[in-house]
Design a protein around this ligand. Structure first.
Ligand code: BG6
Ligand code: MG
Length: 223
C-alpha cells in the first residue's frame, strides 16, 4: 500500500486489539450470547450482536437482557455471564491457528523486524487462551487484557498500560482497532488509531484499512 501516514511509519510501539483485528471471535461470542438468549426464550440477531463488539462482558450481558426485556438481580446476572463464558470458551477451545485474520501474523512480524515494540490491548479475559490457540503469544512484548484492567474501553486504561509496559510514551504508539469504543480509547490515551473495517463504521479513525494484511503492501513479498 502506498502513502502510509507518517504517524504509522514513525511509531515505535504498536498496540493491537484482538477480537476483530487479529481474529474473528465475534461469531463465537454471537453463538454463545444467542444460546443464552434462546435459553431465556427470546431471539438475538446478528445485528444485535454488532452492538456488543468491543464492549465488556458484563455490559454485553446488560445489552442482551435489555433486548430480551429481562430485569434480574445481581446473583443471577453473574451466573448468566459465567454460563455464556463457559459456552464461549468451549467454542474458542476448538479454534486452530489458521483462524488468524489475513496478514495479521505477517504484519506484526514485519513491525517487530523493524524494531517496533508490540503489545496486545484487549478487553477480553480470554485473550491468553486465544493467543495460545493461534500460536502467537510470542509476537507480543506485553499483553494487557481484561484480566488486568479496571476500566473498559472507551476508557484509555488498556492502551496507557500497554504503552507503559513497552516503556514508551503514549504519543509514540499506534492503536489498531475494529470498534468505535477502542478508537475513542486510543484518542483519549493520546494515540492515533488505525481502524480495521470501514470509514462508515469507524468515522473517528485516523486511517482505515480492511485488514492488517493491507498495511504490508510491498513488504509482503519479502516475508
Ligand atoms: C472484546 C470483544 O474484545 O472482549 C467483546 O469485542 C467482548 O465482544 C469483550 O465482550 C470481553 O471478552 P471476554 O472474552 O472477556 O468475554
Ligand atoms: Mg475488537
Amino acid at each position: 500500500m502506498n502513502h502510509l501516514p507518517d504517524f504509522l511509519t514513525t511509531a515505535r510501539g504498536a498496540l493491537f486489539d484482538l477480537d476483530g483485528v487479529i481474529v474473528d471471535t465475534a461469531k463465537y461470542h454471537y453463538q454463545a450470547w444467542k444460546r443464552l438468549a434462546n435459553e431465556l426464550r427470546f431471539d438475538f440477531t446478528e445485528l444485535d450482536n454488532e452492538r456488543l463488539k468491543g464492549v465488556s462482558r458484563m455490559r454485553s450481558l446488560d445489552i442482551l437482557l435489555e433486548i430480551g426485556k429481562f430485569d434480574i438481580g445481581e446473583a443471577l446476572r453473574e451466573r448468566m455471564s459465567i454460563l455464556k463464558d463457559n459456552w464461549y470458551v468451549e467454542y474458542i477451545s476448538r479454534m486452530s491457528e489458521d483462524e488468524i485474520l489475513s496478514g495479521a501474523r505477517e504484519y506484526i512480524q514485519y513491525l517487530r523486524s523493524q524494531g517496533v515494540k508490540t503489545a496486545l490491548g484487549s478487553a477480553s479475559r480470554n485473550a491468553p487462551l486465544i493467543l495460545e490457540k493461534l500460536r502467537i503469544t510470542d509476537l507480543f512484548d506485553a499483553i494487557i487484557d481484561g484480566n488486568c484492567v479496571t476500566h473498559a474501553k472507551p476508557d484509555p486504561e488498556v492502551f496507557l498500560r500497554g504503552a507503559e509496559a513497552l516503556g514508551l510514551p503514549p504519543e509514540s504508539c499506534v492503536v489498531y482497532e475494529d470498534a468505535e469504543a477502542g478508537v475513542e480509547a486510543a484518542h483519549r490515551a493520546g494515540m492515533k488509531a488505525v481502524g480495521i473495517g470501514t470509514a462508515e463504521a469507524l468515522p473517528e479513525a485516523d486511517f482505515i484499512v480492511a485488514s492488517l494484511g493491507e498495511l504490508l503492501g510491498d513488504h509482503a513479498a519479502v516475508l
